[in-house]
Design a protein around this ligand. Structure first.
Ligand code: PGA
Ligand code: ZN
Length: 430
């Protein structure tokens, strides 16, 4: 038992120099935890509200002092006054949802609410002398999520386009994915080797090799298929084989290039209709061993999602991110409509750990794959790595294997993997 004594919050900067919320939680046994929330750039319309100040005199209107104030003046004192035990995660989250009282957390802000939800989980783990991923696994079990705790397979975002890149690639993320037969640590080494090769190849070619928001390269290429070719070229220089040891994937983020019912990308001169775009994905899948396809269509194109799942769903994880927004109702609708077979999980899209677990439970019960994701604007907080391992996600998506805020999570997964291995040994010392 450890009672929450104090909760306080500050404005800090994320990896894009944009303010975000960092919240601390003190328990009556002296334990202190700190958690900071990430922030997206290609945010879906159905996400909970990230409260920003809109004061043009500070950070171009992007300050979060209102959210910080809501933690310090409203949510924090209310929680403390109830003498909650820190392990009462579900009750505390429900209490905050009630205090806010809106559908999308627009009164107090999903950033304010999640900052407390995450800080409370961390404090409870510390105070229970548990590793955070084990504590999360306990919460997942309480929600009847049948999870195998492990370090999930990484989706390395090697090339950044769309809203995260230099503006000349339409697709947002180009993934290199180690095969499930590899350990996480081996997969990370392979990812890093390929990342370095891509950089060298771009340099030799005289192409731009600076990086985008998630640490992947943001090169000056002509088409989206060219970016896939760059990945294939780098994989060919290794001893690994595409389609056996390594697979590719895409986060298309199609809502960002959808207008007037058409999809406009550089790969063909005329815009694509929904049907012709689905056929183009099929072609890319055949040529490039795509294993994961995220947001291939617009976030409201329900009928198109059903079609693409019918065409490609048996070979490819069709992942809803903007489509689902980690929202139980939308996931439910997608299950009914057979719109996809995998969910992207971002706790800040919905705003509490409890609701995030509810979405994972629903997706798992439908037989879907689960991918736990960072945001393009990140801090060095590695909570999400523990969360992904604890809920037994199939994949994690934490950007390229480069830049501090990305490798903080990948490095944490290596440590989780070795921790799990040590514990599995007959004479486990810890
Ligand atoms: P975001 O991008 O964090 O900028 O929304 C990540 C994604 O679309 O998966
Ligand atoms: Zn996405």
């Amino acid at each position: 038992m450890a009672i929450i004594k104090r909760i306080w919050s500050r404005e800090i900067l994320d990896s894009r120099s944009t303010p975000t919320v960092e919240t601390a939680c003190l328990l009556d046994n002296g334990v202190v935890s700190v958690y900071s929330v990430p922030s997206g750039a290609s945010t879906g319309s159905y996400e909970s509200l990230e409260l920003r100040d809109s004061d043009p005199n500070r950070f171009h209107g992007k300050g979060v002092l209102k959210a910080v104030n809501n933690v310090n003046q409203v949510l924090g004192p209310q929680i403390v006054s109830k003498n909650f035990d820190a392990t009462n995660q579900f009750e505390i989250d429900q209490f905050m949802i009630k205090l806010d009282g809106t559908e999308n957390k627009s009164k107090l802000g999903a950033n304010a609410i999640l900052s407390i939800s995450g800080a409370v989980a961390k404090a409870a783990a510390l105070s229970s002398a548990m590793q955070l991923f084990e504590y999360i696994a306990d919460l997942a079990r309480k929600k009847q999520i049948l999870a195998t705790v492990h370090a999930p397979i990484p989706l390395f975002n090697m090339i950044n386009g769309g809203l995260h890149g230099a503006g000349n690639l339409d697709f947002q993320e180009f993934f290199v994915i180690p095969a499930s037969s590899k350990s996480f640590t081996d997969g990370l080494r392979i990812g890093s080797e390929i990342y370095m090769s891509i950089g060298n190849n771009l340099k030799h070619r005289g192409a731009i090799h600076s990086v985008g928001d998630e640490g992947g390269y943001a090169p000056n290429l002509f088409t989206n298929a060219d970016a896939l070719e760059i990945l294939v070229e780098a994989i060919r220089q290794t001893t690994y084989q595409l389609g056996r040891d390594i697979f590719l994937g895409l986060d298309v983020a199609a809502s960002t290039f959808f207008a007037d019912n058409m999809y406009t990308i550089r790969d063909k001169s005329a815009p694509f209709t929904e049907d012709s775009l689905i056929m183009y994905y099929k072609e890319l899948q055949n040529n490039y061993h795509l294993a994961v396809l995220e947001d291939p269509l617009h976030e409201d194109a329900w009928e198109g999602w059903r079609k693409i799942s019918e065409v490609l769903g048996s070979q490819v994880a069709i992942v809803g991110d903007d489509l689902l927004a980690t929202n139980l109702k939308r996931v439910d609708k997608a299950i009914q409509n057979r719109a996809c077979n995998a969910v992207l999980i971002k706790p800040n899209q919905i705003g509490t750990i409890t609701e995030t677990l509810d979405v994972i439970k629903k997706a798992r019960d439908a037989g879907w794959k689960v991918i736990v994701s960072h945001r393009s604007g990140e801090t060095n907080d590695s909570f999400i790595a523990d969360f992904a391992s604890g809920v037994g996600a199939d994949y994690v998506k934490f950007g390229a294997p480069a830049r501090g805020e990305r490798v903080a999570k990948y490095n944490r997964l290596m440590s989780i993997e070795s921790e799990i291995y040590l514990k599995s040994q007959p004479q486990a010392q810890r």
